[in-house]
Design a protein. Structure first.
Lengths: 225, 225
């Protein structure tokens, strides 16, 4: 039983990887270099893939046509700090990102004969990105089954598995801890220092901190609670 | 009024480009280098973009994860000849290709503020690819509107425009002729010679020949009728 797991190197996707393994899947992991400033996460993704027994790991380069439309990819915009929840959809939104990631996964899945695709999307304690909502993921799966030979011949059905979708960040932290995730091996920050230290103030750091705090677990990437 | 046109360099997408111009759009064209053997089409796409007044032309590199799953991208498979219609979905099918192309177009469209995306998909005289069917294109548009900031805030609606969808190849040839397309500037062959001469026997050549023949027009890329 095989699955593709989208692995950014962050807390959520690493938890997703361990959930897929717990369910008994052989994991094929996929990471994406789309010009993100926080390319540190790709180093973490490679290390996580090695450490947690991923069968094959692909790091796919995306020649991203909308780089100037996101604070995560545009060098002239700074990553917003201390502004979690201030905007419905923040400046760190990346146009069509999950659609691009999932489309690559569908292509690889069809070549491998793998229909189950795990994504760490989360619609509770999240930044407000539209492509993390359940209605997007459901619609994408239907589209993927119409787009492909496998799906249209019903020889393989694509299923988008988002086990974290309705979990709070605290529940994700607790689940990851129960599965033995080494939190120090992940990276969530959108704007880490050159040495790899999280900024502690971007939306992603603030959400992560909220999750650890509510779960009553210490984040080894940060100072003491 | 702006539109993105997916421009492969073939007859259909070139016709689509002229239709978008006829409708009064400023055209932003997008082509894709996904490792196709017939990279000649990218040269033709560049020339067509220059010749027909495209505002901006992007050639996007796709790090295609399923190269070995298609005769168009796998060096160890030969492009099928003289076999048009023999298989429901032929070996030249490329997994998730139109989904990947359209996802890139949506990302660029969101950055440009452009919701209309033209694609030369055709569901009558075509090779049987599932991602050329109207049900895929409709589902994709709905997914794109759920995936994006623009779509989810209804500030911009993505529309997939496929003006050739229900035309025969002969009707496409006639339409292109009426719009003044220089047929010699296009390339349809999946397996052209190094000098750029079409093979005349792949599905794409056979469909093109059928269209010209039924339209009673001479194809300048081929010998006399």
């Amino acid at each position: 039983m095989k699955a593709i797991v989208l692995l950014s190197g962050g807390l959520d996707s690493a938890t997703c990887l361990l959930i897929a393994r717990e369910e008994g899947y052989d994991v094929y992991a996929m990471s994406f270099d789309y010009g993100q400033k926080h390319a540190l996460e790709l180093q973490r993704a490679r290390a996580l893939a090695g450490r947690y027994g991923v069968r094959e790991h692909r790091v796919i380069r995306i020649d991203f046509p909308a780089a100037r439309a996101s604070a995560l990819t545009d060098p002239s915009q700074s990553v917003p700090k201390d502004s979690l929840g201030r905007e419905a959809i923040p400046a760190t939104y990346v146009p069509a990102r999950n659609m691009l990631f999932l489309a690559h996964a569908v292509a690889w899945g069809e070549a491998l004969g793998v229909g189950d695709i795990f994504i760490g999307a989360n619609a509770l304690d999240y930044s407000g990105y539209p492509d993390c909502r359940p209605e997007f993921l459901e619609s994408f799966a239907a589209t993927a089954n119409l787009a492909t030979k496998a799906g249209s011949q019903a020889s393989l059905r694509f299923r988008i598995r988002a086990p974290l979708l309705r979990m709070t960040k605290a529940q994700i932290v607790s689940k990851a801890a129960s599965l033995g995730l080494d939190f120090a091996a992940t990276s969530s920050c959108y704007d880490p220092s050159e040495a790899g230290k999280p900024c502690g103030r971007c939306d992603s750091c603030l959400l992560r901190a909220k999750g650890f705090s509510e779960a009553g677990i210490r984040d080894p990437l940060m100072g003491p609670m």
